[in-house]
Write a protein that binds this ligand. Structure first.
Ligand code: SF4
Length: 454
């Protein structure tokens, strides 16, 4: 798909659509989940899962620790310089994993394992080995498990990538964000290009099959010129995948973001121009544009899955592995057990206290209704396939389909045969188009936690 300069008439659309909308990594989104779903409901879901047989599951582990707090950070992160702080967290993690496994009542095969954070590679090599052992004690992890890890180049070392590789990790994502020194100062994340280059080289030498790099647009002091250079340097490292996320400025939720000078942030049109630049440059370099904000080499499993209509999206983003259950461990972990969403206590001390008291640290959840499932499936197909069958107009989603088709006059969707398809321009507003299917988006309190759609 070719990215074109935005014509004048889209400027008005950009202004109108620059409002808070979810990222739709889940539907319904987390802010509308209920505190009435608690530990008892989660235990029931886990017992049902165990009775269902040897269901393959995904596993996510949240490791919240970082050496410094980046000003743009939107993650659940905790700064510490004490190794025993991490050890204590691993003690609780061991208890939580054991308790969940006992509630399931059988060892389940794991198709995907993801370590996210925070900075998972802030753990020492022995701590990473301990984490691997505690997971293997309760779940079937093997060569068929797609194991991936998020990593900070500033924490990477040769022994560390070897340790991760020996533990079975085959995919690694390094955070780059932007290589420009001025932008790096403005976001409080200084890392040289040499450091990134060295980390990528070490990961490849250690045997990682896939090296991914993360970029971010919409950061303070970013200009088309600085971002062009960041894209060029990232391309020179020949990553297998690139994620290009939009910066979400939500200082009312992430108070450390108040240190970012809002006068230096690009506006909605400038943000869109930066992302368009990424789409154009990665496209010219032969990468496939995946869904909303990812790029992948044409032979990468994500690109193949998108071509074959098998692309999937879960809490962690785009994936080829489809499971009905994702078990999440650690503070703020978000998971799903066969149509039941669950989130753990967000703050590390609260999560640790709950686990130490012998509880499963559930803070909220949601049981998907039939209507939720239908809307979720439609949003998923739009996010992955960029089209929906027109026949949906004759079913329970008729109203939502009318909402989607109302964007036809603005050139964001078009009827193609028996489908409604997102146009090249509409793709830049994909989250807004998905919002047509969101029965919970009321513009009320829940939207306070969302980032802008453009
Ligand atoms: S390294 Fe990542 S998780 Fe940690 S503070 Fe920076 S952006 Fe947040």
């Amino acid at each position: 798909m070719t990215a074109l300069p935005l014509p004048q008439e889209f400027t008005e659309t950009v202004r109108r659509l620059d409002r808070p909308v979810p990222r739709y990594t889940s539907y319904p989104p987390v802010p509308v989940w209920s505190r009435e779903f608690g530990e008892a409901e989660y235990r029931l879901a886990l017992a049902d899962l165990g009775r269902a047989g040897p269901e393959p599951v995904g596993v996510y582990v949240h490791l919240p620790f970082c050496a410094v707090r980046c000003l743009y950070c939107g993650c659940n992160a905790t700064v510490t310089h004490r190794a025993e702080r991490v050890d204590r967290y691993l003690d609780r993690l061991e208890e939580e994993v054991g308790r969940v496994a006992a509630a399931i009542g059988r060892r389940l095969p794991v198709v995907s394992l993801h370590l996210g954070g925070g900075t998972p590679n802030y753990l020492s090599d022995p701590q990473l080995e301990r984490l691997g052992e505690l997971l293997c004690a309760h779940f079937e992890l093997g060569p068929d498990t797609e194991a991936s890890v998020e990593a900070d180049p500033r924490q990477a070392s040769w022994t560390q990538v070897q340790t991760l590789q020996q533990l079975g990790f085959r995919r690694i994502s390094f955070g780059v964000q932007d290589v420009d020194p001025g932008v790096q100062r403005a976001i409080g994340r200084l890392q040289s290009l040499d450091l990134v280059r060295e980390s990528v080289g070490m990961a490849r030498a250690a045997g990682f099959e896939s090296v991914n790099l993360d970029l971010m647009y919409g950061l303070p002091r970013q200009t088309p010129e600085t971002f062009e250079r960041s894209i060029r340097e990232v391309l020179a490292l020949e990553p297998d995948r690139v994620a290009c996320f939009g910066y979400a400025h939500v200082p009312w939720m992430q108070p450390h973001q108040k240190a970012i000078d809002e006068a230096e942030l690009p506006g909605a049109e400038a943000r869109l121009a930066l992302f368009q630049l990424a789409v154009r440059r990665f496209g010219e370099a032969g990468y496939a544009w995946i869904g909303l904000d990812h790029f992948a080499r044409p032979d990468d499993p994500l690109a193949v899955a998108q071509r074959e209509g098998r692309l999937h999206r879960d809490f962690m983003g785009y994936t080829t592995r489809v499971t009905s259950t994702l078990l999440a461990f650690g503070a703020s972990g978000i998971g799903e057990v066969q149509g039941r969403f669950v989130q753990s206590e967000s703050k590390v001390p609260d999560w640790e206290a709950a686990v130490a008291q012998g509880r499963l640290p559930v803070i909220r959840g949601h049981v998907l209704s039939d209507d939720d499932q239908r809307r979720r499936a439609a949003i998923l197909r739009l996010m992955c396939d960029l089209r929906l069958p027109l026949a949906e107009r004759d079913g329970p989603l008729a109203g939502a389909m009318e909402g989607l088709l109302s964007w036809e006059s603005e050139g964001l969707v078009a009827v193609e045969g028996d489908h409604v398809a997102v146009t090249p321009y509409g793709r830049f507003f994909l989250r807004n188009l998905c919002a047509a299917f969101d029965a919970y988006l009321d513009g009320g309190a829940s939207t306070m936690r969302l980032s802008r759609g453009v």
